[in-house]
Structures are given as C-alpha cells and as structure tokens.
Design a protein around this ligand. Structure first.
Ligand code: NAD
Length: 361
C-alpha cells in the first residue's frame, strides 16, 4: 500500500498507522494540516473492505476537516482517524484505550472526537489514555444534535435562496441515513412542518424515526428517486456520482455527510442541472463548532455554541453570493473562502511573538 501516491493524498503532513494485536485495533490517523492550529476531527469506526479503502477515506476526511475548520472560523487544522472494525460487533474498552494511547503519542498535534460508528460514551475509554479528545459526555457531549441544527439552519438558507422563503413548512425533504444526525434533523424539520421522507440500510433505525417522529420512509436504494425540494445526504460520502445524478429529483442538496461529491466534476454538473448544492463541510460544521466551544474562555456553553452554529445559514448565503458574483459552482466558492482564511491567518506569522502553547478554539 502506498501513501504519498494515494489518489486522496494532498500534501498531508502526517499519516500514522496504529496496530495493537491484543485489542484488535487497526487504525489510521491522518493529519492534513496544522496551519491554523492542532488538527481536529472525529474518529470513524467502519468495517472497511480493505486497508486501502480506509486510507483513502481518512485522507479525504482529514483534508475536508482542514477546510471545514478554516471555513467555520476555528483555530484548528484538519485531521481525522478511522478504526477498521465493525461498530456493531467489535467495540471494547481495550480497543478504545489502545486507540487513545496512539492519539496521546501525537502530543496534541491531533484532537479526536466522535464520527460515524462512534458514540460519545466510547470516548470515555479514549479519554482514560489521552488528554486530546473532545465531545465527552460531561463536556460538550454528542455533537450530532448540534450538527443537525447547523444543517437545519443551512437548509433554511438554501430554501430562501431557491424559493425566496426559508420556511420549511410544506416542503419535502428526503433524508438519507436515520443515524445520529439524520434522526435529529428529521425531528427539527418535522417540527417545522416539513414533509420528511427517511431511508436507512438498517430497518430498526428507520422504524425508530417513523414511530417517534411520524415521518415517512422509503427503502434505502430508492431515496435518490424521491421527488423532493431538498435531498439531505446524512449517511456516507460520494453519494453524488455518475449513477445517482440522473436520478435526483430535487432543487437543493443539503445534508451532513462528508465528501458528498464523488469528484469535483459532480459539483459542476449539479450547477448545470440547476440544483443548489450546500457545500458539505460548511453546512455540517455545527458539530465541530460545538466541540471546539470547549476551548471558550469560560468553558463550554450550549447557548453560545448554538448561536455560533446558527451563523451557518449566513455563511452559506455569503458563499452563494460569491458563487453568483464569480460565476463559479458553490463547492468551489467554499474552497475559495477557506483557502483565503488560511492564507490570511498564516500571514500573521510575519509578526514575531514568543511561543504560546495549546489550542485556542
Ligand atoms: P451514524 O453512523 O449515526 O449514521 C449514519 C447512518 O447512515 C447509519 O444509520 C447508517 O446505517 C446509515 N447508512 C449507511 N449507508 C447508508 C445508505 N447507503 N443508505 C441509507 N443509509 C445509510 O453517523 P452520523 O453521526 O449521523 O453521521 C452521518 C454523516 O454526517 C456522516 O457522513 C458523518 O461523517 C457526517 N457528519 C457527522 C457529524 C456528527 O456530528 N455526527 C458531524 C459532521 C459530519
């Protein structure tokens, strides 16, 4: 397996392979950039078919975190980790503690948190071995409701852009994934009077959303065919691709999943099709804003964090305006915004200051 020549390698600073036979841990930690501060990004637990697939995923996800943290105005770089294992079968105290030891060995260059397949309760074990974990239950906790709230605010901004009104009442939203974010998003939308259609590969997750929230459901494979105002991908990445594009019957794509576009050209295609795309790492930034709020001078305060998360709607509107003005697709406008901030902040290095330690939110 090669790292530097991997299709997803993009000048990553550091890629660490972690193996512990006794606990069964096989993990990869990727640090894409620490230009703005220590790398911050969650840990994903997934039964990848191969190590190559896991490497590709962690490289893409960590790069996305560099852009997300920059776009959210946070002083963190981009990193991510993956544990190659099945979250329904392979969780154990020793596995998470072994992972925590590897995180600690990086000395604060990487802060971990939860992602797909990991629950904030799992982080309690990670915390026993490292200081560099965010989103613990006694601190900011599970970031998923915060992410869902950010996506909800983002969907409202998209509705306003397309229909001239941000009111979700009477709009149809198809949500792919009834997991931690998908469920909370469905709840917010249903409460606001939207018609919600949800899909998941696991029957129990769909049933929970249908029974608790009174939403509709379709089989996982049919979600792309739902006639809707908004398609909200809240499962895995690369779902906007050559096969799914011709099937979409929506005006807006706005969801929490990372790396929704299989390739940048799919973002160009959405533009041509007249579908408004809310760039994934901007609309799904609520979770990272929430965990990074643990570094606020007075400690974590939910109301402060949520006020900042509500700003995601405004960020999207700003980005849509740039896209219109420059005649570029929205995914490209998001990159411009993030790259600009990294450049501007890096230029501050021209002013010498004696070293200060630690992260600064
Ligand atoms: P989760 O594991 O709780 O939920 C994902 C759900 O998607 C699961 O229920 C899974 O069964 C389902 N799924 C997988 N493949 C599917 C398919 N083909 N069709 C339908 N459903 C499918 O994860 P989550 O925390 O809800 O995160 C969802 C997405 O949002 C991920 O891409 C994640 O990286 C991203 N995200 C999450 C957060 C957060 O705070 N949790 C923050 C930012 C981004």
């Amino acid at each position: 397996m090669t790292v530097f020549s991997n299709a997803a390698h993009d000048g990553h600073e550091q890629v660490v392979f972690c193996r512990d036979e006794a606990s069964g841990l096989r993990a990869i930690i990727a640090i894409h950039s620490t230009a703005l501060g220590p790398a911050l990004g969650g840990c994903r637990m997934w039964p990848y078919a191969s190590e190559e697939e896991a490497l590709f995923d962690v490289l893409r996800l960590s790069r996305g975190m560099t852009y997300k943290n920059a776009a959210m105005g946070l002083n963190f770089g981009g990193g991510k980790s993956v544990i190659i294992a099945d979250p329904r079968r392979d969780k154990s105290e020793e596995l998470f503690r072994a992972f925590g030891r590897f995180v600690q060995s990086l000395g604060g260059r990487y802060y971990t948190a939860e992602d797909v397949g990991i629950h904030s309760d799992d982080l309690i074990y990670v915390r026993q071995e490292t200081d560099y974990v965010l989103g613990l239950p006694e601190k900011s906790g599970d970031p998923s409701p915060a992410t869902a709230y950010g996506v909800y605010c983002g969907i409202r901004a998209c509705l306003e852009e397309v229909y001239g009104s941000d009111d979700p009442a009477g709009r149809t939203v198809a949500i792919q994934g009834a997991g931690q974010v998908g469920y909370h998003l469905a709840k917010l939308l249903a409460e606001a009077g939207a018609r919600v259609v949800i899909a998941d590969i696991f029957e129990d997750k769909v049933r929970r959303a249908v029974e608790d929230l009174g939403v509709e459901s379709v089989p996982a494979e049919s979600v792309y065919d739902v006639e809707c105002d908004v398609f909200a991908p809240c499962a895995l990445g690369a779902v906007i691709n050559d096969e799914t594009l011709p099937r979409l019957k929506c005006r807006i794509i706005a969801g929490s999943a990372n790396n929704q576009l299989a390739e940048p050209r799919h973002g160009d295609r959405l533009e041509e099709m007249g579908i408004l795309y809310a760039p994934d790492y901007v609309i799904n930034g609520g979770g990272v804003i929430n965990v990074a709020s643990e570094f606020n001078p007075g400690g974590y305060r939910r109301d402060d964090a949520y006020r900042k998360i509500a700003g995601i709607g405004g960020k999207l509107k700003e980005l849509f305006a740039i896209a219109r003005r420059e005649g570029i697709p929205t995914y490209r406008a998001a990159d411009v915004l993030a790259e600009e901030r990294i450049r501007r902040i890096r230029e501050l290095d021209r002013i010498f200051v004696p070293a200060r330690g630690g992260a600064r939110g």
